[in-house]
Design a protein around this ligand. Structure first.
Ligand SMILES: *Cc1c(COP(=O)(O)O)cnc(C)c1O
Length: 398
């Protein structure tokens, strides 16, 4: 397909064509099997084509695919009820992707200030090396210059503060600030968990200045970090949080959730999406959430996460290329001293799929039902490739 594809080359794609998936396994067009330790980037959290989600989807295919949001649907009400019963939020807006969920969050924060509080505040503080999406507003919210190149002029109203810098944060607040938005673990930015003292400071400042706290749980949510939502690890409650990626096991869907006080900011006509929360997507999301809750998968994620980190630490001990293994639950980064692009390619060639996070981090996002045998096999491959690259680096130096 190289050179002849009719698709815009906006992705730096790996030279693998994926045609089939089952559980933790994927197959390419040549029939080669891969162990998938990235889950379509934190999407296929129950593995590929999970049976219980498939059954609900297939049943829904016979009933109703789409209904306009000018009408009610039982699936949306049920899913919103499940999400709010299991989180700190009271209301949900359904959309189709992470960027759309963050767009909705940004719009809600601004509109709450203008329509409910009646002020003129619109600025949102976000953080260096954050990632919030690729629409104009969400790429502007993103604290990385590379996603903004060539897209100016950008929307106004975003200010970037250093992440985990407790002392600096206060100085970024102005009389225009309406919200602080962050990831509990910066995922794309390098698998960097937020520090407790930093999130405590954010909560304190939000209270002092009457700011909204927006948490982007698009990658960390739905069980990925060992709790249903990553904010639970820190004993805090965001005013708004956003979901997508794993919410419906691979069927496109996003959601923006908020506290009761925000309800009157999204009055009729304030925001909308044709496909937001279709009967199909919501059936997949309901089934996914049922499996997560019934099988207590966040607990399993926590255990498997600890197991995986231990295996990686053991297998990279003494490797000068590896600085640290860190993460939360099954969102794990092997932090290296140099760029990992070639390491990733060699891991793929050895039949294991992982992704980078920032230039120097190998990121693992195994599905929640991954077995210890699969982790043993996958981490062994990763550690072998890292050992080989350390040898190569040493040979170059001597
Ligand atoms: C993936 C991601 C997004 C963007 O989601 P899309 O569905 O690609 O629009 C936003 N925030 C975080 C933290 C993400 O990981």
């Amino acid at each position: 397909m190289n050179g002849q594809s009719a698709i815009f080359p906006s992705y730096a794609r790996y030279p693998i064509t994926i045609v089939k998936g089952e559980g933790s396994r994927l197959w390419d067009a040549d029939g080669k099997e891969y162990l998938d330790l990235m889950s379509g980037l934190a999407v296929t959290n129950l593995g590929h084509c999970p049976q219980r989600v498939k059954e609900k989807l297939v049943a829904q295919l016979d009933v109703l695919w789409h209904a306009s949001n000018l009408f009610h649907t039982p699936n949306q009400e049920k899913l919103a009820g499940m999400l709010t019963a299991n989180s700190c939020a009271d209301y949900v807006f359904f959309c189709n992707s992470g960027a759309e969920a963050n767009e909705a969050a940004i719009k809600l924060a601004r509109r709450y200030n203008s329509k409910v509080l009646g002020n003129e505040r619109y600025e949102i503080i976000t953080f260096h090396q954050s990632f919030h999406g690729r629409t104009l507003a969400t790429l502007t919210a993103t604290g990385q210059d590379k996603v903004k190149e060539g897209f100016h002029p950008l929307p106004e109203g975003f200010v970037y503060a250093p992440y985990n810098d407790v002392a600096a944060l206060r100085s970024y607040i102005s009389d225009k600030t309406c919200a602080i938005m962050l990831e509990m673990v910066q995922a794309e930015g390098g698998v960097i968990p937020v520090q407790q003292d930093f999130i405590d400071e954010i909560v304190k400042l939000c209270k002092e200045f009457d700011l909204l706290l927006i948490v982007d749980e698009i990658q960390t949510g739905m069980g990925r970090t060992g709790k249903l939502f990553a904010y639970e690890h820190y004993g805090i409650e965001p005013d708004i949080f956003t979901l997508a990626k794993g919410i419906a096991s691979g069927v496109p869907m996003g959601a923006m959730l908020g506290k009761a006080k925000l309800r009157d900011a999204f009055t009729a006509g304030a925001h909308a999406s044709t496909f937001g929360g279709t009967p199909l997507a919501t059936s997949a999301a309901i089934a996914t959430l049922e499996v997560l809750l019934e099988d207590r998968l966040p607990q399993r994620v926590q255990e498997m996460g600890e197991y995986t980190v231990a295996k990686l630490q053991e297998g990279t001990a003494g490797n000068p290329l590896v600085k640290e293994v860190r993460g939360l639950g099954l969102l794990i980064g092997v932090v290296c001293t140099q760029p990992v692009a070639d390491v990733i390619k060699d891991i793929h060639a050895a039949g294991v799929l992982v992704v980078p996070a920032g230039p120097n981090v190998v990121r693992l996002l195994p599905n929640f039902l991954v077995t210890k045998e699969e982790i043993d096999k996958g981490t062994a491959v990763i550690c072998q490739v890292l050992a080989k690259h350390a040898e190569k680096a040493a040979a170059v130096q001597s």
